[in-house]
Design a protein around this ligand. Structure first.
Ligand code: ZN
Length: 269
């Protein structure tokens, strides 16, 4: 892998599928300035094993196919994700880590970083922010993907998991300004971790998405990665629901194919 300390030579390209016309304009304008070009390093930061597969794995598969380098950062170990009375949290942690590694192998994710917090206990405090800043300064991503922390519920049938909100809030707070600012978390400087500026952020599961990424060629890869989470799926076939979600998402945007994943997008100054 590229030398993570060599930030100035990281060569991000323009967003691969920021199909929104205004976003494309923004990308072109920035490209005229000093924006580097080339493969990007991307960090996908999420709460539980399988979260990324449900929300953004089609995008990940596309980015990997386009030559970008994707890292996963899994904040909790998923040790509450079973109703089986004979399974221990330790056994479940091991199972779910293996499943996440298998999903990453399907997608071509370079590395998965496991921060090991207990499932359902994630709190977006300064300690979590510091941990995420540490891993951002280690990976030195051009792009971060994380959950939209503003989603409290959806319609009348879904209360968003508090870990998802916590993951999004702590990650955004880590991206800006903590990872960028030299004086924040001096203990990280002492570890040799220099400040790092993330250039783009994609919020998954966003309440108000403004870009869509066409995953029509990658929906089967997304499903294959999702099926790696066998302990969570049981006999359930996720394909009809995942395809319906991706078709519905695509229907809200122009210039995408049959299947899409959508995000709230930021191009940071
Ligand atoms: Zn989750």
């Amino acid at each position: 892998m590229p030398d993570p300390s060599n930030e100035t030579e990281a060569q991000p390209s323009e967003p691969s599928a920021a199909v929104d016309a205004e976003m494309m304009q923004t990308a072109e304008e920035v490209a005229k300035d000093e924006e580097p070009s080339g493969p990007k390093r991307i960090a996908v930061i999420f709460a539980h094993p399988d979260d990324a597969e449900f929300t953004c794995a089609g995008t990940v598969a596309r980015w990997v196919a386009e030559g970008h380098e994707v890292h996963y950062v899994q904040l909790t170990n998923g040790d509450k994700g079973s109703d089986d009375p004979v399974v221990t949290p330790e056994q479940l942690t091991a199972t779910r880590e293996a499943e996440q590694r298998a999903a990453c192998a399907v997608l071509g994710v370079q590395q998965c970083h496991f921060l090991g917090h207990s499932d359902a206990m994630l709190v977006p405090d300064l300690a979590l922010r510091c941990e995420i800043v540490r891993v951002i300064r280690q990976i030195r991503p051009d792009v971060v993907v994380c959950p939209d922390p503003t989603v409290r519920w959806v319609d009348q049938q879904y209360i968003n998991h508090p870990d998802h909100r916590a993951a999004g809030e702590a990650t955004l707070d880590a991206v800006y300004p903590a990872a960028r600012d030299r004086m924040t978390f001096p203990e990280l400087l002492a570890e040799g971790l220099e400040p790092h500026k993330v250039r783009e952020v994609y919020l998954s599961g966003a309440k108000e998405p403004d870009v869509a990424i066409d995953i029509s060629e990658y929906v089967d890869t997304k499903l294959a990665a999702l099926r790696a989470h066998a302990s969570q799926l049981g006999d359930w076939d996720p394909a009809p629901m995942v395809r319906e979600w991706a078709q519905s998402t695509a229907s809200h945007f122009d210039d995408v194919g049959e299947y899409a994943e959508a995000y709230k997008y930021f191009k940071l100054d």
